[in-house]
Design a protein around this ligand. Structure first.
Ligand SMILES: [Zn+2]
Length: 281
């Protein structure tokens, strides 16, 4: 997870209140969704009163985020396999070079990319997670993206479960666009709120406990739109492979292929930076 947030809170935001981060429509014109969240007519789901703790290093230093033992317990060897497969999918589209993982955590994806020959580095707001990455000999810095990210351009930038916690995702994705070389790839993994809102209805929980920390929630449609208006052409958007319910996710993914909506808890989008710069709205 990144916390590419600190700087962006200072841009156009008023005491944590925000309008639709995708189209800018007033929150008052959006309808209630699950508790604490509203849904805009454009499809975007968001918390109008963002929990600003997610922009703080301490938030990510505590809890499970920077705890490899927890990750191992939940995901086991599937994490490495999923990262390896993701790197392979990207390498089929771009042949090596510089890879920046924004919100790198303890460096799982950096390690997988390096093994495949990439010059991979990362940035994360969590001091604890970055210390773990550095202790493992990985190239990671602690700080905000983009303000504290190393200068330079990249062939690939990844945002793995990061955009759910970013107040202004368009700013972040456009900054990724600016830092990618021509034809470079953006890899975005996020929860799929189409799945989670169905789960909420199915269990009639009415609790809003699903994805509790997320301040921005995406569907395949809104993710595709976010990428498009930020200067990217979406190449693929698929169920994410990493899950703590592999059998359930596999079944849902099979159903999706029969023509239904993308029904998986998380999704992975790979998008290519469009040739012309400066045309995004
Ligand atoms: Zn909207």
């Amino acid at each position: 997870m990144t916390q590419a947030i600190g700087q962006t809170h200072a841009i156009g935001e008023n005491a944590g209140q925000s309008d639709c981060p995708l189209c800018g429509r007033k929150t008052s014109e959006c309808r209630p969704c699950v508790p604490g969240r509203v849904k805009c007519a454009c499809g975007m789901v968001f918390r109008p009163a963002a929990d600003l703790r997610v922009s703080e290093s301490q938030f990510w230093d505590s809890g499970d985020y920077a705890d490899p033992a927890w990750v191992e317990r939940v995901y086991g060897g599937r994490r490495e396999q999923a990262n390896r497969e993701l790197v392979e999918a990207v390498t089929r589209l771009v042949r090596g070079g510089r890879w920046l993982d924004v919100g790198c955590g303890p460096g799982y994806l950096i390690r997988a990319a390096r093994k495949a020959g990439w010059q991979a580095s990362g940035i994360d707001l969590s001091r604890r997670a970055v210390a773990l990455a550095q202790d493992a000999g990985l190239d990671a810095v602690c700080g905000d993206f983009p303000s504290q990210a190393p200068e330079g351009s990249y062939d690939v930038i990844s945002l793995i479960h990061a955009l759910e916690y970013v107040s202004h995702p368009k700013l972040i994705v456009r900054e990724c666009r600016n830092r990618l070389r021509r034809g470079g790839l953006l890899v975005v993994q996020s929860k799929n709120f189409s799945f989670w809102s169905r789960a909420e209805r199915f269990f009639r929980s009415g609790s809003g406990i699903w994805c509790p920390q997320d301040i921005r929630s995406y569907s395949p449609t809104t993710m595709t739109r976010l990428l498009r208006i930020s200067g990217f052409e979406t190449i693929t958007i698929k169920p994410a492979r990493l899950t703590n319910h592999p059998v359930l996710t596999g079944c849902l993914a099979c159903l999706s292929t029969l023509g239904g909506p993308l029904l998986s808890p998380s999704m992975t989008a790979i998008a290519r930076a469009e040739a012309a710069k400066g045309e995004a709205q």
